[in-house]
Design a protein around this ligand. Structure first.
Ligand code: DGL
Length: 270
């Protein structure tokens, strides 16, 4: 048994990296659905079906706890999965809530009514499907009042990252930041609401300029998982190390993953 980490492709590796540093003794199985990426341009129905299939694949590896290290799946599919599909002995968790708890200065399990928070102007960069779901605004409204969110659907960016085209990815980051800043010239905080985007965090920071706090989803999710596993230690597996599975071509995906993570990553066929 291990903890399962799922993303449509390479992006979840940014989350796995932070999680495995925070929890070096916990075994993990990573699954990238590279054959079907990007998810961010798909319908909610499609994202639900693909995410359920990937989650079942991780259950077959003995991962009773699966983390959707993918904002698109967390935004478009997770609520429906938890309400209608996940059996009681399994858990599927997303990456949205830890981020929003940090933004709204809340501890886990704090269900008090929404209140005013320090940050008032938030820039959200995410895939078209995540932006269309409005899941970020919904979760934020449960916890905070008076926060203005300007969302930028970053079309094309995940494709460029999956294809390893760094020059195109950098150009797209700059143009998406410019587009957002035309609508919100002075955001106080920026959310990189797609797990692929931290691979280009430096470009986002440079384009946003000084004085904008960029939230690191990976570290927040790692902290939140560490906390969860102290409360639910039965989900810590007995194995060791990390296995990487992909629905795509393992040699191609391994090359791209190694390029972006800057350390060797070897995928096997899922
Ligand atoms: N990395 C994913 C996310 O966090 C998915 C991107 C995609 O497949 O479009 O949204």
């Amino acid at each position: 048994m291990a903890v399962g980490i799922f993303d449509s492709g390479l992006g979840g590796l940014t989350i796995l990296d932070a999680i495995s540093k925070r929890l070096p003794d916990v075994p993990f199985v990573y699954l990238g659905d590279n054959a079907n990426a990007p998810y961010g341009v798909r319908s909610a129905e499609d994202i639900f079906n693909l995410t359920c299939a990937a989650t079942e694949r991780l259950w077959a590896e003995g991962c009773d706890l699966v983390i959707l290290a993918c904002n698109t799946a967390s935004a478009a599919a997770l609520k429906r999965m938890q309400e209608t599909w996940v059996p009681p002995e399994k858990r599927v968790l997303g990456v949205f809530v830890p981020l929003i708890e940090a933004l709204t200065e809340r501890q886990w399990g704090d269900n008090s009514p929404p209140r005013e928070v320090a940050v008032k102007h938030v820039a959200l960069f995410a895939t078209p499907a995540t932006v269309a779901s409005r899941a970020f605004q919904r979760e934020l409204a449960y916890r905070a009042i008076g926060v203005d969110v300007e969302a930028q659907p970053c079309g094309g960016l995940v494709d460029a990252i999956e294809q390893g085209d760094e020059i195109l990815a950098e150009a797209l980051v700059r143009s998406h930041v410019e587009a957002l800043k035309r609508r919100m010239p002075h955001p106080q905080a920026a959310i990189l609401g797609c797990t692929h985007y931290p691979l280009f965090e430096k470009t986002f920071r440079a384009a946003l300029g000084p004085g904008v706090k960029v939230y690191s989803q990976a570290d927040l999710v790692a902290e939140s998982l560490a906390d969860y596993l102290t409360r639910r230690p039965e989900f810590i597996g007995a194995g060791q190390g990390i296995r990487y599975l992909t629905t795509g071509d393992p040699a191609y995906v391994s090359d791209k993953a190694t390029q972006f993570m800057r350390h060797p990553v070897r995928f096997e066929a899922a």
